[in-house]
Design a protein around this ligand. Structure first.
Ligand code: HEC
Ligand code: HEC
Length: 267
């Protein structure tokens, strides 16, 4: 029964990963066009300091003291799992089981607070390497007019969004780098599902689980309901972010720069 949720998650992970890679590419290309500013080291929060200690005793042996990876183990600052983690919510379950067959040990005895501290440390490291202090102008190498054209044209953004509606003032609330991540990979939304039973009765709700045998959802009353798929007439899954997931591999670097240059005008 554990198989399919992993599949759903791994699609999410892939999505997040693409976001990181593209953001990284964007930062790289922006950085290439502006004189590099070396950000002064940011002081860590108390939790991140704690986490650093735990990390260096339990994890650094394989992942490196800076979490950037070694021959034995991957760079955790580019890990989709870490990227989508909030305060240990992904890291905790992962560390409980590890991936022993792939060389990642299980850490079943780590307390939730320790996992949260590790999470804080890894996110602090990600902030560091992202260069949050990159001069804002370094990012803005695109052409806002071309961005507007893309927004109304090829990107079809205007079919769902409006510069005077939901995206009004978005640039006043969000820094350029965060804005880039936001439009490349908007925060995950619950996936909706409608199940039609042989009787014709329909049941809708938030998708909790799906594989070839079973579909489970939480309905409007908050009840968890499971159906064997061979006793359903149809199962219709609607992912609100499907348009974004499809767009992600389509953008060229120029599209991203232009869109960002346009979006930052929405103050
Ligand atoms: C003995 C070596 C070793 C130690 C110690 C270790 N790891 Fe790993 N870790 C690995 C390997 C190898 C992988 C890659 C597994 C794979 O291919 O899926 C990995 C994968 C991971 C991933 C998943 C990366 C991704 O995106 O798929 C995370 C997160 C992670 N480790 C965190 C930790 C943390 C946190 C600790 C300390 C509490 C730790 N690891 C300790 C070897 C290690
Ligand atoms: C088919 C509909 C659809 C299309 C096309 C679409 N989006 Fe979205 N977009 C969404 C949905 C749904 C969300 C998540 C819901 C929300 O937060 O408003 C979202 C979220 C966003 C967000 C984050 C908003 C926030 O406040 O969190 C931005 C920015 C964004 N989209 C920009 C774009 C851009 C730029 C394009 C075109 C390149 C685009 N979208 C194309 C449906 C769409």
């Amino acid at each position: 029964m554990k198989k399919q949720p992993e599949l759903i998650t791994s699609r999410k992970l892939l999505f997040a990963c693409l976001g990181i890679c593209m953001t990284a590419a964007l930062i790289r290309s922006a950085a290439a066009q502006a004189p590099a500013a070396t950000p002064p080291p940011t002081p860590y929060s108390a939790a991140a300091e704690q986490g650093k200690g735990i990390f260096s005793s339990s994890c650094s042996f394989c992942h490196g003291s800076q979490a950037t990876g070694t021959e034995q183990a991957p760079n955790l600052l580019r890990s989709p799992l870490v990227f989508q983690d909030h305060n240990g919510d992904s890291l905790g379950p992962f560390l409980k089981d590890g991936r022993p067959t792939l060389g990642m040990p299980a850490f079943p005895t780590l307390a939730p607070e320790q996992v949260q501290d590790i999470s804080a440390f890894l996110h602090a490291r990600i902030q560091e390497i992202r260069g949050t202090r990159l001069p804002e102008t370094a990012m803005l190498v695109g052409d806002p007019k071309a961005g507007l054209a893309y927004f109304n044209g090829a990107g079809k953004c205007s079919t769902c969004h409006s510069a005077t509606g939901d995206l009004a003032h978005i640039a006043a609330k969000t820094q350029p780098l965060a804005l880039t991540t936001l439009f490349l990979t908007p925060p995950a939304k619950p996936i909706q599902v409608t199940v039609v039973l042989p009787s014709g009765q329909t049941v809708s709700g938030q998708l909790e689980y799906l594989d070839e045998f079973t579909v489970a959802l939480v309905d409007a009353d908050g009840a968890y309901r499971t159906f064997p798929r061979d006793r359903t007439k149809s199962v219709d899954v609607v992912d609100p972010l499907i348009a974004h997931k499809k767009l992600l591999p389509m953008y060229t670097d120029k599209d991203i720069h232009d869109l960002l240059a346009y979006l930052v005008t929405l103050k």
